[in-house]
Write a protein that binds this ligand. Sequence first.
Ligand SMILES: Cc1cc2nc3c(=O)[nH]c(=O)nc-3n(C[C@H](O)[C@H](O)[C@H](O)COP(=O)(O)OP(=O)(O)OC[C@H]3O[C@@H](n4cnc5c(N)ncnc54)[C@H](O)[C@@H]3O)c2cc1C
Ligand code: FES
Length: 261
Amino acid sequence: MNTGKSEIISNENFSTDYFKIQFNAPHITITAQPGQFVHVQITTLYDKILRRPFSIFDVNDNGILTLIYKVVGKGTKILSTLSSGTFCDILGPLGTPYSLPGIDEYPVIVAGGYGAAATYILAKRSERKGVLLLGARSTKDLILIEEYKQLGFDVKVTTEDGSYGLKGLITSLLESYFDTNDNGKIKLYGCGPNPMMLAMVRMATKYNQKLQLSFDHEMCCGIGACYACVIKVKDSETDNPWKYARTCKDGPVFNSDEIFI
Ligand SMILES: Cc1cc2nc3c(=O)[nH]c(=O)nc-3n(C[C@H](O)[C@H](O)[C@H](O)COP(=O)(O)OP(=O)(O)OC[C@H]3O[C@@H](n4cnc5c(N)ncnc54)[C@H](O)[C@@H]3O)c2cc1C
Ligand code: FES
């Protein structure tokens, strides 16, 4: 984990509420792993002591870090107005990463909304290309379809309002996928809103599948010191059925059989 001032190279609106921002951040890119995140101090935000967490969407060998973010509140609104040449302090890479699929494993990535940004490096670094099951409320929340296709992934889409792909929840598509899969041994990954992640944990149990999930939780310190970001995981060491785990330090990626529901 490192911290450092990083210059914004570009910051562009690429789809309704979504922006792509690029930083010169070799201190992050050199060790970034799939599923890790950065904690960005948004210059000019009055309470800038509270950083904002974003998944590492992509990195390259020239030290360029790319994030995809949705404008949802005051921090991301201000971030969207920052122009190239501005410096932000970036802490990272943070959190536990996804593990890559083995060469004999077919990766099945299930992503909701901007969750697809968190799994892109995983897809890029997977030797075997697989399928992305992408869910969103409606067309305006669908991102990165072409980017995944360019990596060689098959992309299947659901929207809750039926405006693109199949109408319904992405977890229903996953369930039918389990019933029809003919790709042999699969390795399952998920990233999206927490209700979707918990539904996936139940489904993984039902189908006896292992799954790696990334949990999105409000954060404060981002480095494991404050316990603002906890979720419940199984406790195998004491008589208690569960204990707290920090999504910033023990996660954000967890194995589904660790999660207490
Ligand atoms: C590990 C991780 C990875 C993430 N990756 C992405 C990503 O790639 N792209 C993206 O668009 N968003 C991502 N998010 C969500 C993003 O951090 C929030 O949307 C953002 O912090 C909202 O800030 P705001 O000031 O605009 O919103 P406000 O609602 O004004 O924020 C108020 C406070 O709540 C916190 N907060 C609000 N919503 C969230 C949230 N969903 N998760 C965590 N903290 C939140 C903020 O840090 C801030 O302290 C990620 C969150 C986590 C935990
Ligand atoms: S945000 Fe402080 S421990 Fe996770």
